[in-house]
Design a protein around this ligand. Structure first.
Ligand SMILES: NC(=O)C1=CN([C@@H]2O[C@H](COP(=O)(O)OP(=O)(O)OC[C@H]3O[C@@H](n4cnc5c(N)ncnc54)[C@H](O)[C@@H]3O)[C@@H](O)[C@H]2O)[C@@H](O)CC1
Length: 537
């Protein structure tokens, strides 16, 4: 797994390196030289490619850019350097002094050899355009220092970079982080960021590159580690490879693979029903290998459940005595998918979770279950505290998207989206247990270790996909013969994402292939089964 770092950690790694006596400007030179090597490698199929347009900002990322301009120039490339703002320009008559920043040293070196650059001005953008023909566009405007909404100047420069790079069909190479992407969080403000083909990530892989908006801007990421830092503990890990499954014992029976109880699929009188949520969860739990499934849903949906999944048993979700009895014999209760949000559903949720805790049954709380949990956090804090204490000793998984997480933390969705890494940690601190924060580049916090999921695609953004994920989660958790990793929350998230990717790949048999648009939750269970098989071979 690739280690992911937050920006403070990256600055810390650099600081520790300098504290050992290494020179910071030497590191910048090394960074720039290695970037140049990667750029040359990227265009090796087109040896005639020797025109670059390098856009530089005023921080150290810009320093990298000045040196990249200089080195490419030395290698015989035709280079145009575009400076974001005249404020960062040095007076070349001033002598170099000891207090010169690395970025200034870099600029000085580049300009001493060839004092030729253009300052970007939005008003004079068309006049500049004649100088901007190039095969490679290098983005050295901002790196990890970019931490807020862009100023007008920054936004105009980023916009112009994207515009002219597209006009010249240039390869777009971002140095360290595409400018406009916040390396800490993956956030992009109002779509203003460089759309890179390649991101050359310096020192350590930034956590924000793999989640949220960043996924649309990073292109292919290549690491340039520069300094050894294996002793630094990463903030998160990038998940891309599921664990293989062990073969089943010959001498086993359905009881060996666990009993999943799905509690959801309710219908509130006078409103629409949500039986499909329970059906999707149950089919997916079965596809993930659970031994037995019972679906506790509104009895209006029992026929539909049995039609689509004859292997399941059904029970009325309002039959509290019956459901409580079944909870005792289940390995896992997955509760909330289409459970409804009225007072009766809230009462059922609290009663069933209470019973699961009394009988030490593993829990997955999703969808309307999370809605009730947020309400009970205010209304019945003792219950929520008891669940938190229970989650310290037993497996409890919470699987919100940003909206549900916002409700659970009694805040706005925007504040979750601003920093999903912080939000998932807050959720776990408040409620205990293991967490999945769904969305592009889903985050998983399991046993206090943070992961970012690198599989899955926008096709999974459709109704019912969360129910499928809860089912996969429950199905894996129920199988006691599997080891901890194979039953883990991260394994469920990977399986779900991999199934989505398989369905939308272009190089698979036509019978399986579905595009991202139109991919349906009901397409998933069969492919989840296929992924399980692939992982078992
Ligand atoms: N010597 C070193 O420490 C090394 C640093 N390196 C480079 O240095 C970069 C980090 O440099 P810096 O810390 O100087 O940061 P940056 O160069 O990323 O940007 C810092 C500047 O951007 C401004 N800024 C931040 N957000 C803004 C916004 N929204 N709109 C407009 N201006 C904004 C800041 O006020 C600051 O002036 C790395 O990403 C990497 O590219 C590499 O050269 C490796 C070695």
């Amino acid at each position: 797994m690739i280690a992911l770092y937050n920006t403070e950690q990256v600055y810390q790694i650099e600081k520790a390196w300098f504290a050992q006596g290494h020179d910071s400007f030497a590191l910048m030179q090394q960074a720039a030289w290695q970037c140049v090597q990667r750029i040359i490698h990227a265009v090796q199929q087109k040896p005639q490619t020797k025109r670059a347009c390098v856009w530089v900002g005023h921080g150290n990322n810009g320093g990298d850019g000045w040196l990249i301009s200089h080195y490419l120039q030395k290698l015989g490339w035709q280079v145009t350097t575009v400076v974001m703002s005249a404020d960062s320009l040095l007076d070349m008559d001033d002598m170099l002094d000891a207090s010169d920043s690395d970025a200034h040293k870099a600029q000085r070196i580049a300009r001493q050899h060839r004092d030729n650059f253009h300052v970007f001005q939005q008003e004079a953008r068309d006049a500049l355009a004649v100088h901007l023909a190039a095969d490679v566009y290098v983005d050295a405007l901002f790196g990890i220092g970019f931490d807020r909404a862009p100023t007008a100047q920054a936004a105009h420069t980023i916009g112009a970079f994207n515009h002219y790079a597209a006009q010249h069909q240039a390869l777009k190479v971002a140095i360290d982080v595409p400018s406009g992407v916040v390396a800490q969080t993956g956030q992009v403000f109002d779509g203003v960021a460089i759309r890179a083909d390649i991101t050359l990530c310096l020192v350590a892989r930034k956590q924000g590159l793999h989640t949220k908006d960043a996924l649309d801007y990073i292109g292919r990421v290549t690491d340039i580690p520069l300094v050894p830092h294996s002793d630094s503990v990463p903030n998160a890990w990038l998940l891309s490879q599921a664990y293989p499954f062990a073969a089943r014992q010959n001498n086993s029976h359905k009881g060996s693979y666990g009993h999943v109880l799905i509690v959801g699929g309710n219908r509130i009188d006078g409103s629409q029903g949500m039986g499909g949520a329970a059906i999707l969860a149950a089919s997916s739990a079965m596809a993930a290998g659970a031994g037995k499934i019972t679906v506790a849903c509104h009895d209006a949906f029992h026929g539909a459940v049995l039609t689509s999944l004859p292997d399941a048993m059904t029970l009325d979700v309002h039959d509290t005595q019956g459901v409580r009895g079944l909870i005792q014999s289940a390995q896992v209760v997955a509760i909330g998918m289409g459970l409804g949000r009225d007072a009766t559903a809230e009462h059922l949720f609290q009663a069933y979770v209470q019973t699961a805790m009394e009988h030490q049954v593993a829990l997955i709380i999703d969808a309307d279950g999370l809605y009730h949990l947020a309400t009970l956090d205010k209304k019945a804090p003792d219950f929520v505290q008891a669940l938190k204490a229970y989650a310290q000793r037993h497996s409890v998984r919470f699987t919100p998207h940003s909206g549900e997480a916002a409700r659970l933390l009694h805040t706005e969705v925007a504040s979750i989206e601003q920093n999903r890494f912080a939000a998932i940690r807050k959720c776990a601190q408040h409620y205990g247990g293991d967490w999945l924060l769904k969305g592009a580049g889903s985050l998983v916090l399991e046993e206090d270790v943070l992961y970012v999921c690198a599989v899955g695609n926008a096709g999974l953004a459709s109704a019912g996909m969360g129910d499928v994920l809860s089912g996969v989660n429950a199905g894996l958790m129920a199988q006691q013969d599997l080891d901890t990793d194979q039953r883990s929350l991260r394994q469920a998230v990977l399986l779900h994402g991999m199934a989505g990717d398989t369905l939308t790949q272009t190089d698979i048999p036509a019978t399986w292939r579905i595009g991202q648009r139109g991919l349906q939750a009901q397409d998933m269970p069969a492919v989840i089964r296929h992924e399980m098989t692939t992982l078992s071979e």
